[in-house]
Design a binder for this molecule. Structure first.
Ligand code: AGP
Length: 606
């Protein structure tokens, strides 16, 4: 997953590229580079280095860059280590390009085009540049098409040809590219975050189409060379929401935004306390005709699916499976034309989820997706889309996007139960009224975040942390554990409490840190006895539980009282506490909370 930006027009390009790359850095940040075309000589110069965009800015500062056309890239390494040579852009012959994706047949291509000894990097991208150069004979459209026909894999290429100065081309398959015409020129990027300051309208470059951008206009061609009209969409958020607004990290800001995001989401997707998805075009038919539901997602989005599964089973009495999207296609899933597949994705670009959705559709399933980014690839692949409208989520660790996915699943399960006659109108409305208490409960936790900060200080030096819960509390802990792992680098594992005695309990010794959560009344006695099991073996227990449960569970643990909402909705409340816990551990350890090592916000490689 990399960040790409390109511009050609009247304005000086250097800062457009560098500022854009900074906004895209959450997509990958192990090296960065730009290629700029001198406005006098029309020569292309490349500046690139391992490190962050700030390091690239320092490199560019030493150069006299007088250019109004250029392309830029911030990298998440796939092929080839993190070093200056492997940073993009890459050049070969007349071609200079940047790439997001993976070319699977790069080795065969290196042999086919006798590239031995001609390459300066270990990347698949430089080999692709050589292939584009091989097929370029003066006609960019034909050259790009013929080169792409040789490539296997995923890609978003942004290409410049030395003899066509100040014109930029792009072609993609799966990896995203959006483009726009602005009053001062034309521009493209991996996602709308980087162009939102220049335009209110943009379009996604369709797969296997060629975009040609000049200073004055842009043209889109299909692979037969026929020009097609771009489908423009409006940018659906004000750009300033992409700033930190005084918070040290985006993650803390986005955690703090959750009460408002969830309150707005519920208000926007209910009418008179009844879930209502008519605005999203989600017909009730989709919810009452299906015989079973398959949820496909990755990471936090998959954890949100666990709540969806629990509620659709318990309230709508529908069989539901939750599948790791990366495993789904290889697990011989049982999908029929009576299956409703639900793809969950903040970015709408996660290739594992996109491919899983396409696979399920090919088996006859109806496709619904729960997405945050409008116009994204998964949205375009779905028959119906429910947008979470959480606004841009910049921190790699998902927080408000995750809880907004939970809230959508709550409303979707309630709508499904109502239209299938499993809940009466009044029962459904009562659940929604309970769900409406969640934002205030989240605010209460935010008001006591220093207590969580104090708990975080107690686990800063931990090496292994057990996170235990039963039922929905286990789902809560899977997400809590992911948060802790990905931003604090502490190894933690979520365990179903009842499973501990079947093996993992052997690992519990004196002062083993165990974080427990207890929010489900029906499981309380068992959860308390599991906590006592680890406590009796010397564990240091931290308990997150409802106030009432804490009274019953005893005060012998370090604890944090969770505000009380209906058990089914406690996931949304407990999530905020565990997000803050992970956040404080990471920030107190001095890490870049928003950009954890080895990760990226959008995973567009399988
Ligand atoms: C969550 O904190 C992680 N950043 C990651 O697990 C993420 O949820 C996953 O990669 C799915 O991303 P998506 O929602 O954009 O598809």
């Amino acid at each position: 997953m990399c960040g790409i930006i390109g511009y050609t027009g009247k304005k000086k390009v250097k800062d457009i590229l560098l500022n854009g790359l900074e906004l895209l850095e959450y997509r990958g940040y192990d090296s960065a580079g730009v290629a700029v075309v001198d406005e006098k000589t029309k020569e292309t110069s490349v500046y690139k280095c391992a490190g962050r965009v700030a390091d690239l800015r320092a490199v560019c500062k030493k150069q006299e860059i007088e250019a109004t056309c250029g392309i830029g890239h911030t990298r998440w390494a796939t092929h080839g280590g993190v070093n200056d040579d492997n940073a993009h852009p890459h050049c070969f012959g007349k071609v200079t390009l940047v790439h997001n994706g993976i070319i699977e047949n790069y080795r065969e291509l290196a042999v086919e085009y006798a590239l031995e000894g001609k390459l300066h990097s270990d990347t698949d991208t430089e080999i692709a540049a050589a292939v584009f150069d091989h097929f370029y004979e003066g006609d960019p459209i034909a050259g790009i098409k013929n080169a792409v026909d040789k490539l296997k894999g995923t890609f978003a290429f942004v290409i410049m040809f030395a003899d066509r100065p100040e014109t930029i081309y792009s072609v993609r398959n799966v990896s995203p590219i959006v483009a726009a015409k602005t009053p001062e020129g034309t521009m493209l990027a991996s996602d709308v975050t980087a162009i939102g300051g220049y335009t209110k309208q943009y379009f996604a470059v369709p797969e296997y189409h060629i975009l040609e951008m000049t200073k004055e206009e842009l043209h889109l061609f299909d692979f037969d060379g026929k020009e097609v009209k771009p489908s423009y969409v409006e940018i659906d958020f004000a750009l300033n929401v992409s700033e930190k607004e005084g918070f040290p990290f985006y993650m803390e800001k986005e955690i703090a935004e959750q009460p408002g995001v969830i309150a707005d989401l519920i208000a926007g997707k209910t009418k008179e306390d009844l879930p209502d998805f008519t605005e999203e075009g989600v017909a009730d038919q989709l919810l009452y005709e299906c015989e079973n539901v398959t949820i496909v997602a990755c990471g936090s989005a998959m954890h949100a699916g666990l709540l969806g599964q629990s509620l659709m089973k318990s309230l709508a009495k529908v069989p539901v499976t939750v599948e790791l999207a990366s495993e789904f296609m290889y697990s011989d899933p049982v999908i029929t034309n009576q299956t409703l597949v639900i793809a969950v994705s903040q970015s709408g670009e996660t290739i594992d989820t996109l491919e899983a959705l396409k696979y399920a559709k090919a088996q006859g399933a109806k496709a619904l997706s729960i997405i945050n980014v409008r116009g994204s690839s998964i949205a375009r692949e779905s028959e119906a889309v429910i947008y979470t409208n959480a606004g841009p989520e910049i921190a790699v660790a998902s927080t408000k996007a995750y809880t907004s996915q939970l809230a959508v699943f709550c409303l979707l399960a309630l709508r499904m139960a109502y239209v299938r006659g499993k809940l009466s109108l009044d029962e459904t409305k009562n659940y929604v009224r309970e769900l409406k208490k969640v934002p205030d409960a989240m605010k209460e936790i935010l008001g006591e975040k220093e207590k969580i900060h104090h708990i975080a200080d107690g686990i800063l030096e931990a090496k292994d942390i057990f996170m235990i819960g039963r039922g929905l509390d286990y789902a809560i802990m899977m997400e809590g554990s992911l948060k802790l792992k990905e931003v604090s680098y502490i190894h933690s594992e979520a365990y179903a409490s009842g499973e501990l005695k079947h093996g993992p309990l052997a690992l519990i010794t004196s002062h083993t840190p165990v974080i427990a959560v207890a929010t489900q009344e029906k499981l309380l006695s068992k959860e308390v006895s599991n906590i006592r099991e680890v406590k009796s073996r010397g564990a240091d227990v931290v308990l997150f539980a409802k106030e009432r449960i804490l009274k019953e569970a005893g005060r012998e643990y370090m604890s944090f009282a969770l505000p009380d909402v209906k058990d089914e909705f406690m996931c949304l409340v407990a999530a905020v506490a565990l997000q803050l816990l992970a956040y404080y551990v990471s920030s107190d350890k001095g890490f870049d909370v928003d950009k954890p090592r080895n990760l990226a916000k959008v995973v567009t490689v399988e």
